[in-house]
Design a protein around this ligand. Structure first.
Ligand code: ZN
Length: 147
């Protein structure tokens, strides 16, 4: 057995104090797997992920977690209001860490979602909602393709 400088243990990204607090405040036990996934999801930048994409990123970061657990965790986070679920293509569900009302560009070739900058899209002429309903939100998806 050799223990050299080259042997490095990969423990995955560390969850921050805020991330642990976020999970606890939401009533979720901060398990190692949840913390690992939270560390990937709730970084300084907002992001969009599918369960498959997050599973890949978790594996790359050295977090051992099954796709089913990633899927369940994403849904738990969504139910607790930590993520927003976006259905854009009927194939897979995307999850967004940006909870504010906003619109998206969607690239159908690779499934990438990009936030449309706040205030750069205006929606007009919205009809009265049907009797007994009220408008909840407006989600605009602008479909794009790579040139
Ligand atoms: Zn978004």
């Amino acid at each position: 057995m050799t223990i050299g400088k080259s042997r490095k243990l990969t423990l995955g990204p560390k969850a921050s104090v805020e991330q642990i607090a976020k999970l606890r405040a939401a009533g979720l036990r901060p398990t190692r797997q949840r913390l690992g996934l939270a560390a990937i999801l709730f970084g300084p930048k907002d992001r969009h992920v599918s369960a498959e994409k997050l599973h890949e990123q978790a594996s790359a970061a050295g977090i051992r977690v099954s796709l089913a657990t990633v899927y369940n965790t994403l849904h738990q986070f969504t139910e607790l209001g930590l993520l927003r679920e976006l259905s854009v293509d009927g194939i897979r569900t995307h999850f967004d860490t940006n909870l504010a009302d906003h619109h998206h560009f969607y690239c159908e070739e690779d499934g990438e979602l990009i936030d449309i900058e706040d205030g750069s899209l205006f929606v007009g002429g919205i009809p009265q909602p049907p009797e007994g309903t009220k408008q909840k939100c407006i989600d605009v998806i602008v479909r794009v393709s790579r040139r």
